[in-house]
Write a protein that binds this ligand. Structure first.
Ligand code: HEM
Length: 371
């Protein structure tokens, strides 16, 4: 298992802010997306895009940006029209599919594009801080949409510290309590960032203006048979079913579960979380699979002293606190909104799961293991 990745967390080292020559039409449409959506011009604008793009020279960070822009434009096309149609035109589908093949994840908006690769510093000379980051790409824009993503980015950034400390403690078997104490400080910081979601992201705006664009096409009543990617030979005209963007595609919590020895018995959310790995960047997916293997086979071989066991249990308590706050958000931002609103009332997550029951189950399972 290549666990060096844990030192930099899951935030990329390099984020591309603009694609090279040849992609001007894509950059322009993406930058105008909020206005295009407000004016209901997405169909006309997509029709004007160049059909074929050469992606062979793009670097990996440029490929990520291309994935981000095509994903945003395609979701705007799918969910920004009056009537939903189950076809993505070839101006989008051909290049989107080609990029997705190179990145080894499906052509759909995923967390890596929505959050991990979608920010820059406001002031480069100042340190990273929630108030010093800017979200680069929006659907409609506005502070609620920005803040929703900013909270995710700030959590990912802080998670570098906990992941690298837990790596030293568990995987490198340094077994020094200082690593656990640093981890505790870091996860407490993550929880304090999580608590700030309601400051600038209002549940009504989230439910009605932010969330509608990030849905996928699997288990979505609007696209019961899936979506056709026009002209993509490999799909042979068959509609495709892919899940939507969700924080469940973040690798932090599954990494913490594996490192801390938290396990979940089989249920639809666990199956769904395993499926979510297909939507993560390949290195993250491979890392999580390696961590799970380590957790099952090697974790219990470590000789951990009593005091450290206590500290590890304190860390698990903090993950429990995180999941508890998260469940509260699922209730306030989605469940309660769905009760007061008929237009968008399918009570499944953006990924397509009946989530309340299973998020609660995973919360109850966030306890120290018996062995
Ligand atoms: C308003 C804020 C949020 C809402 C309404 C929300 C909603 C949801 C929902 C409905 C699910 C269920 C599965 C699905 O449908 O995809 C989910 C899963 C998940 N979300 Fe969020 N989420 C929020 C913020 C966050 C943040 C900031 C993170 C941090 C990275 C996060 C990480 C996760 C994780 C890890 C899961 C998998 C469940 C688990 O392992 O316990 N979410 N979220």
């Amino acid at each position: 298992m290549n666990h060096e990745t844990l030192d930099s967390g899951f935030i990329p080292n390099e984020i591309c802010e603009k694609l090279p020559t040849g992609f001007e039409d894509i950059e322009k449409l993406a930058s105008e997306l909020p206005k295009v959506l407000a004016n209901e011009q997405i169909v006309q604008r997509v029709n004007q895009l160049e059909l074929h793009k050469d992606i062979s020279q793009l670097t990996s960070s440029e490929l990520e940006r291309a994935m981000l822009l095509y994903s945003y434009i395609a979701h705007a096309y799918m969910w920004g029209k009056k009537e939903v149609e189950n076809i993505i035109p070839s101006q989008l589908s051909l290049t989107w599919f080609a990029i997705s093949e190179k990145l080894d994840r499906p052509p759909i908006l995923s967390y890596a594009s929505y959050a991990l690769n979608n920010w820059k510093m406001l002031d480069e000379t100042k340190p990273f801080d929630l108030e010093n980051i800017v979200i680069m790409q929006n659907f409609l824009g506005g502070v609620d949409e920005d803040w929703f993503i900013m909270i995710h980015v700030a959590i990912e950034y802080e998670a570098k510290k906990i992941l690298s400390n837990l790596k030293s403690y568990f995987l490198e078997e340094k077994l020094d309590q200082s690593y656990l104490l640093n981890s505790l400080e870091s996860i407490q910081k993550i929880n304090s960032i999580m608590n700030r979601m309601p400051e600038k992201c209002d549940p009504f705006i989230y439910y009605n203006r932010v969330r509608p664009y990030i849905f996928g096409w699997k288990n979505n009543p609007a696209t019961p048979d899936g979506v056709i990617y026009e002209g993509v030979e490999q799909y042979a005209g068959e509609p495709q079913l892919f899940r939507g963007e969700t924080g469940a595609q973040s690798s932090i919590v599954p990494a913490l579960d594996a490192l801390l020895g938290v396990t979940h018995s089989n249920d639809p959310l666990r199956e769904y979380l395993d499926e979510m790995r297909l939507y993560m960047p390949k290195e993250h997916r491979d890392l999580l699979n390696g961590l799970d293997e380590w957790s099952e086979k090697d974790r219990r071989k470590l000789d951990i002293d009593e005091e450290s066991v206590e500290l590890i249990n304190d860390l698990i308590k903090e993950v429990h606190i995180f999941r508890n706050k998260h469940l509260e958000y699922a209730r306030i931002y989605i469940y309660e909104q769905s009760l007061t609103n008929n237009s968008n009332s399918n009570i499944v997550g953006t990924g397509g799961t009946p989530f309340m029951k299973y998020l609660d189950k995973h919360l109850q399972e966030t306890v120290p293991s018996d062995d």
